[in-house]
Design a protein around this ligand. Structure first.
Ligand code: KG4
Ligand code: ZN
Length: 356
């Protein structure tokens, strides 16, 4: 059943302050205020700065989303808010605002898992039916999920250290390229030879769908230092070749692990990808080719709904609320909130918060 409630979504778990209104799968408005410039000088998201910026912008984002949708708060059926996982100061800011709005207006409240938001996105963008396989691949997340229902997720594997976007960002930093690193590295890689530096493909020799990306940046650092000490600096061609080699390694790992995840996923209706790294042309086309080879429909939602946004939170709230879930004013903000409690927690936390 496709729900068709009018839902206000609120997202503030990392470095985007976002609000959106959805009616069924139709996006009536989606406002995102990014904080890239705020954190640019620090090489990563500074949690305290992020939280303060969310506090300043959240009510403005909600007002803008309602006004764009030409709706008042009392015309909203449910308020959906990201309640975790993420940077706790940001999550708390969103949850407190949502509670205030709910208490003042009497509109029901529902706390949403940010990862569920990403994982359910292909449902409102492409109408994908359950069950499907999802690869979530961004600056903060990297996992394979078999999505069986609005609140039924089975994790097949994920990164045990860095997320791929984080590896792109660190690589850019090591090579003196701007942040966010993904687009900059991709651009450099276009002029590079991916075969000149062959970087490791971690964990490909191990069964299963777990991945590791932290060793890649160490290999890249060694190659860079070798070039610098041999030649007194990095030429433009060296830099392009390093980027091309790095990107090829990431792609190979993602495609090969996706092959394993797909062969373990009988009966899925499709293979979907979400997250900022899905913007990478080589990653996207590698995954699309794999899906075609295995004869599985491939879904890559528009980028504005792949990266952090509140439309996905409104949709996930809508699905869960329609299935009978609801939160009270005791809803708490959770820095960690694994989607699949039957699996061991992923280790560590990245520069964008807990990996869940
Ligand atoms: O989903 P997202 O906007 O935020 C979260 O991490 O939650 O993803 C941002 C990440 C950054 O690490 C960025 O470098 C990476 O996605 N990214 C890319 C590309 N565009 C963005 N990575 C590789 N190639 C790209 N074209
Ligand atoms: Zn995210």
């Amino acid at each position: 059943m496709t729900p068709s409630l009018t839902v206000l979504g609120i997202e503030s778990s990392c470095d985007d302050t976002a609000a959106a209104v959805l009616r069924g799968p139709e996006v009536l408005s989606s406002v995102v205020y990014g904080q890239t410039a705020l954190h640019a000088a620090f090489g990563g998201v500074v949690p305290e700065l992020a939280a303060r910026a969310h506090v300043e912008k959240l009510d403005i984002a909600v007002a803008a989303a309602l006004s764009e949708a030409v709706l008042a708060l009392d015309q909203i059926d449910v308020i959906a808010v990201t309640a975790g996982p993420g940077l706790i100061g940001g999550v708390l800011s969103g949850v407190m605002l949502a509670k205030g709005l709910s208490a003042a207006s009497g509109v029901p409240l529902i706390g949403v898992n940010h990862l569920a938001g990403h994982a359910l996105t292909p449902r409102f963008t492409d109408g994908l039916a359950f069950p499907y396989l999802m690869l979530l691949v961004s600056g903060g997340h990297c996992q394979f999920l078999r999505v069986e229902g609005p609140e039924a997720f089975h994790r097949l594997g994920g990164t045990i250290d860095d997320a791929p976007g984080e590896a792109f960002d660190k690589t850019a930093k090591l090579l003196g390229l701007p942040q966010p690193g993904g687009p900059a590295v991709e651009l450099e890689a276009r002029a590079g030879d991916p075969a000149r530096f062959v970087f490791p493909r971690p964990l490909l020799d191990r069964a299963g769908c777990d991945m590791s990306f932290s060793g890649l940046k160490t290999a890249l650092l060694r190659a860079r230092d070798g070039l610098v000490s041999a030649g007194g600096g990095l030429t433009a061609q060296n830099r392009a070749d390093l980027c091309a080699g790095f990107q090829a390694a990431i792609c190979d790992v993602l495609v090969e692990k996706s092959r394993r995840a797909l062969t373990q996923s009988e009966g899925v209706t499709g293979f979907a990808v979400a997250g900022g790294v899905a913007a990478n042309e080589q990653v996207r086309s590698g995954l699309a080719r794999l899906a075609a080879e295995l004869d599985v429909p491939f879904v890559a939602p528009p980028l504005r709904y792949c990266t952090d946004n509140a439309a996905m939170i409104a949709w996930a709230g809508q699905e869960a609320f329609s299935a009978g879930a609801c939160s009270g004013l005791d809803l708490s903000a959770r820095p960690r909130w694994p989607l699949d409690n039957s699996q061991p927690a992923l280790l560590g936390s990245g520069k964008k918060g807990a990996k869940a």
